[in-house]
Design a protein around this ligand. Sequence first.
Ligand SMILES: Cc1cc2nc3c(=O)[nH]c(=O)nc-3n(C[C@H](O)[C@H](O)[C@H](O)COP(=O)(O)O)c2cc1C
Length: 320
Amino acid sequence: MLKIGKLQLPSNVLVAPLAGVSDSAYRLICREFGASFTFIEMINARALSHKNKVTKKMLATDPKDRPIGVQLLGCETPYVERAIDVLEKYDFDLLDFNAACPVKKVCRRGEGAALMKEPEKLQEILKAIVSKWKKPVTIKIRSGWDENTKNAVTISRIAQDCGIQAIFVHGRDRKQFYKGAVDYKIIADVKKSVSIPVIASGDIFSAQHAKKMFDETGCDGILIARGGLGNPWIFKEVSTYFENGRIPEAPNTDEIINTLLHHLELSIAEHGEKKAVPIMRKFVGWYFKGRRFVRPLRQSINPVKTKKEFTDVIEALRGT
Ligand SMILES: Cc1cc2nc3c(=O)[nH]c(=O)nc-3n(C[C@H](O)[C@H](O)[C@H](O)COP(=O)(O)O)c2cc1C
């Protein structure tokens, strides 16, 4: 359904790279609901080239979680090259380079979205990656730096000329961070100006949003980002809608509880109970977003430390 270089993906609905969220447990949950492609959490090239222990742990993947990509953040070609030396010992299907991250300390270092202001530097890094990494290389960009410098089209053309094999575009500029309107037009302009696949990102929280993105931009694929937090059902919703125009019923409380507790199990298997429980506390608000009991629920879940305490609070919601 979507081909990036030689990599054939079974569908064009992908899990977005999500630093601090898309650990193995999160990715496996999304897979269970039909996600066709995931990314491990973004990795800083400098940290990876130093073989930082935490960073190396992030590289572990599950055979059920394939095909899978790795995303690099960086702005110095030698560190990016060294990071690729490390990554070559692992079996990732795709390498994405991040020119989209809006975080202040990242951009201050000249990394992430700041690279959109430095096309020549970006070009040098992309050329180095393409000549070193044997599998498909992609780039993730924003619409631009701010409303006055929306240069996604220029950057996309440069990327294509460097041998990049697909472009992920978040239709917001860096100044917008994650708020404000998504610029569908600029994604459409990117699509028209390159021949490689364009995968669009921004405000896809439902099947209708997914359709709107495809219709308005002509994109080849979409990324599900915040729309998947506590809502892995969105992958099924989108695929069912595209298959037969129907929207499956929203999950009931029991289904949400079962999935959340399964997610907890996966997180414990990955991180151990002590780390997994705090990670999963933040997911509780997402899984029950919009429910009238979400506020008191957050208060009850915040102090819990063990699997038993977590499970007791969640099980008490059955039948509500
Ligand atoms: C918590 C969080 C972490 C993110 N981490 C990354 C990341 O590591 N790399 C990246 O390219 N984009 C990252 N993004 C951006 C998303 O991939 C996506 O492009 C953006 O959220 C817009 O989509 P949405 O409006 O559907 O959420 C992150 C977004 C969020 C909310």
